[in-house]
Design a protein around this ligand. Structure first.
Ligand code: 8YV
Length: 328
C-alpha cells in the first residue's frame, strides 16, 4: 500500500471536509485560518504531494518554480483559477483542478440580490432603520428607486453562472442580453430569449443593468476600463460577482463620483480586502465582502469536490475538474 499523500490546505475548510481529508490523506490543515506567508507557501510546495490553495493565495510562476519533486497536483478550492499560474504549473507537469458547478446557483443568487438591491435602494433603506431608527415616516416621494421589471440586463460572460443569472433575471421581467467570446448554443439562447452582442461597446451603451460573470484572465483584465464605463447610460447600474480585476476600480469610482452611472453592486475588488475609498459611504453603491459562494452548502460541496479531484488523481484517473492552460 502507498503512503498517504501529503496534502497541504492553505485555509480552514468546513469541518466535515477536514474530517474527510484527515481520513483519506496525510492532511496538513490550517486550523488557525491565518493565510500562509510566502515562506510557508514555499515550504508547502517543496514538501507536499498536493496543494489546496484558495483565492487568497498567489500561486505564481516563481512559487511553482520552488515546487518539490513530489508536487503533482494543485487542487484549487474555488472555481476561478486566476490565483494560479496554470501555464507554469502545466510546464512543470503539475495538474490544476478547480470546483465549478456547485457554487453556480449561490453565486447567481448573490448577483440577482445585487441587481435588486442597488436600484431599489435596499441597503440604504435598511440602514436608515437599523442605525438607531432614523425613519421619520412614510412619504409619497421618499426612497424612490428604479424599476427592475422590463429593463435590459447585459451579462458579460454567459457561462454557467451567467446563464443562472439570466434565468433568475428573466423571471423578474428583465430582457436578457449578453456578450461572450461566442454565442451560446441556440437552444439556450431561445430558452432565455437572449440577445447576443458581438460588440461589448454597443451592448454597454444600451443596457440598464450590467452583470459581470466572466473569469478573470489576461484578456478580461480591466475589460471595463474608463472608456467603456463611460459608454454606459447615466441611469445604468453595474453588478460584479466575478473578479474585481475585470473592472478598473479607480475608473469605476470616478464614473460613480461624477454621476456617469447610477450605482454599483460589488462583491469583488481589485485588491481584496482593500476597497477603493471613493466607493465607500455611497448610498448608490452596495459593497459585499466576496460572499458569492458563501453558503454552508456551496463551501462544503466545494471541499467535497477538492477531495474527489485529489482521490481521482491519486487513483490514476482523470480528475473531473481538470483545468488546462487553454481554458484560462
Ligand atoms: C470563493 C470564488 O470564495 O470560486 C470562486 O472563484 O470566487 C469563490 O467561490 C473563493 O474563490 C475560494 O477560493
Amino acid at each position: 500500500p502507498h503512503a498517504k499523500p501529503l496534502v497541504t490546505v492553505t485555509r480552514k475548510l468546513p469541518d466535515i471536509v477536514e474530517t474527510r481529508m484527515r481520513e483519506l490523506f496525510n492532511a496538513r490543515l490550517n486550523i488557525e485560518d491565518a493565510p500562509l506567508s510566502r515562506e510557508q507557501l514555499e515550504k508547502a510546495v517543496a514538501e507536499s504531494d498536493v496543494l489546496v490553495p484558495t483565492v487568497t493565495d498567489r500561486i505564481d510562476a516563481d512559487l511553482i518554480g520552488k515546487a518539490g519533486p513530489k508536487l503533482k497536483l494543485i487542487a484549487n478550492f474555488g472555481a476561478g483559477v486566476d490565483n494560479i499560474d496554470v501555464d507554469a504549473a502545466h510546464q512543470r507537469g503539475i495538474m490544476v483542478t478547480n470546483t465549478p458547478n456547485v457554487l453556480t446557483e449561490d453565486t447567481a443568487d448573490l448577483a440577482m440580490a445585487l441587481i435588486l438591491a442597488v436600484p431599489r435602494r435596499l441597503t440604504e433603506g435598511a440602514t436608515i432603520i437599523s442605525e438607531d431608527n432614523q425613519w421619520q415616516g412614510w412619504a409619497p416621494t421618499w426612497m424612490m428607486g428604479r424599476r427592475i421589471h422590463g429593463k435590459r440586463l447585459g451579462i458579460i460572460g454567459m457561462g454557467r453562472i451567467g446563464q443562472a443569472v439570466a434565468h433568475r433575471a428573466k423571471a423578474f421581467g428583465l430582457s436578457i442580453h449578453y456578450h461572450n467570446r461566442k454565442p451560446v448554443n441556440p437552444g439556450i439562447e431561445e430558452e432565455l430569449e437572449a440577445t447576443y452582442w458581438d460588440s461589448l461597446d454597443q451592448m454597454l451603451a444600451r443596457m440598464d443593468i450590467v452583470s459581470v460573470n466572466c473569469p478573470h484572465t489576461p484578456a478580461t483584465f480591466h475589460l471595463l476600463n474608463a472608456r467603456r464605463l463611460n459608454l454606459m447610460k447615466p441611469e445604468a447600474y453595474i453588478v460584479n460577482t466575478a473578479r474585481g480585476e475585470i473592472i478598473d476600480e479607480a475608473a469605476l469610482a470616478k464614473v460613480i463620483e461624477e454621476g456617469g452611472i447610477a450605482g454599483a453592486g460589488l462583491d469583488v475588488f481589485e485588491n481584496e480586502p482593500a476597497v477603493n475609498p471613493k466607493l465607500l459611504n455611497r448610498p448608490n453603491v452596495v459593497l459585499l465582502p466576496h460572499m458569492g459562494s458563501a453558503t454552508i452548502e456551496s463551501r462544503t460541496e466545494m471541499g467535497e469536490k477538492v477531495v474527489i479531484n485529489i482521490r481521482s488523481f491519486i487513483d490514476g484517473n482523470p480528475p473531473p475538474d481538470r483545468v488546462l492552460p487553454g481554458d484560462v
